[in-house]
Design a protein around this ligand. Structure first.
Ligand SMILES: Nc1ncnc2c1ncn2[C@@H]1O[C@H](COP(=O)(O)OP(=O)(O)O)[C@@H](O)[C@H]1O
Ligand SMILES: [Mg+2]
Length: 350
């Protein structure tokens, strides 16, 4: 086999009594791919990762790694490395001993362990910390140590469960960039759990959006962002979230605030729809639909305007200066290609 680290999940169900934490999970990951499991808390991401790691057994379904059925295999046989939010370092061991631990467990020769540990530590830039105990490290350094322990095994799969969530915002951004570089340079398949859509958007080659134990959409982040297939996915991805406005569709336009906005959908007839508009897609034109600025959230290089448009709330991103003021009247419009249409009953994209 040329490339290692291909993963396939077929119909994975996980029940806790009558409660189904996973209701049938299917996906395939290519060797070397960075694949994110994204979704709100409780949607089944960690359960899926633990089943993939062999830490939990599915109620039904199959797991294949490099074409081999590993459903019944235990964690050690699967050749996967896992990094958790809580790092799970051994506090009484030095950094060196922590990184060496998986190799010791695998009974690798002593002469091999030293160089392997130093090489892994170098990849995450903690060679100078090998004699310290985890308690003498910052959160970011502890996270690197946990990564080095995963790297040292040269596993075919990297499984990461919210690995950055204990870091402060600035360090999280830096570590995110380094993690991506590291994964690329190792060429290893990564499965990455996060509830943070920005993390998934920036890191993943592809992502699976989890909700209530199901995958609602799989695709490249840019495609899911551009074409969310349901109201729930649309609302979850993007920050600030997409505006979702109940409206009437009529012969190729939607009626909002007494005006017609042309859409890309050009069918005859009338129906109720939910119109989705990203805050960044709202345009300002003097003769647009009249709206009132209620709150201005200044972000420094732009602002989020909370507006009221014919009694409906509308959030818009505004990046011209000077900024409008609270109480100002403004005209807004949206280009046809920026209007997402959803069925209010099925919640699916039209
Ligand atoms: N051992 C368990 N017993 C009962 N319910 C569980 C157990 N483990 C997880 N769950 C439930 O399964 C659902 C999915 O959990 P989890 O996979 O941890 O979600 P996520 O990682 O997306 O936040 C949650 O509703 C959780 O409460
Ligand atoms: Mg979780």
């Amino acid at each position: 086999m040329s490339a290692r680290g291909q993963v396939q999940l077929d119909g994975i169900v996980k029940k806790h009594g009558a409660f189904a934490a996973l209701k049938g999970i299917d996906f395939e990951i290519k060797p070397g791919e960075f694949f994110a499991l994204l979704g709100p808390s409780g949607s089944g991401k960690s359960t899926t990762l633990r089943i993939l790691a062999g830490l939990d057994a599915p109620t039904s379904g199959r797991i294949l790694v490099d074409g081999e059925d590993v459903t019944g295999a235990d964690a050690r046989e699967r050749d996967v490395a896992m990094v958790f939010q809580s790092y799970a370092l051994y506090p009484h061991m030095t950094v060196f001993e922590n990184i060496a631990f998986p190799l010791e467990m695998a009974k690798r020769p002593k002469a091999e362990i030293g160089p392997a540990v130093r090489e892994a530590a170098a990849k995450v830039k903690i060679e100078h910390l090998l004699d310290r105990k985890p308690g003498q490290l910052s959160g970011g350094q502890q996270q690197r140590c946990a990564l080095a322990r995963a790297i040292v095994r040269k596993a075919r799969l990297f499984l990461l469960d919210e690995p950055l969530s204990n870091l402060d915002a600035k360090l999280r951004l830096e570590t995110r960039v380094e993690l991506k570089k590291l994964q690329r340079s190792l060429g290893v398949t990564a499965v990455y759990v996060t509830h943070d859509q920005e993390e998934a958007m920036t890191l993943a080659d592809r992502m699976a959006v989890f909700m209530e134990g199901e995958i609602r959409q799989i695709g490249r982040p840019a495609d899911v962002f551009a074409q969310p297939n349901s109201i729930e996915v649309a609302a979850f991805i993007g920050s600030p979230p997409m505006n979702l406005i109940p409206a009437r569709y009529q012969d190729g336009s939607v009626l909002i605030g007494g005006r017609r906005l042309p859409t890309m959908l050009q069918t005859h007839g009338e129906r109720d729809v939910v119109v989705g508009v990203r805050p960044s897609a709202v345009r300002f034109e003097a003769d647009g639909i009249p709206a009132t600025v209620e709150v201005v959230e200044n972000l420094g290089d732009a602002a989020i305007l909370d507006m009221s448009l014919a009694g409906t709330a509308l959030r818009a991103r505004y990046d011209r200066f000077p900024l409008p003021r609270e109480g100002d009247a403004m005209g807004v419009t949206v280009r046809p290609e920026d209007i997402h249409l959803f069925d209010p009953v099925s919640r699916r994209r039209l």
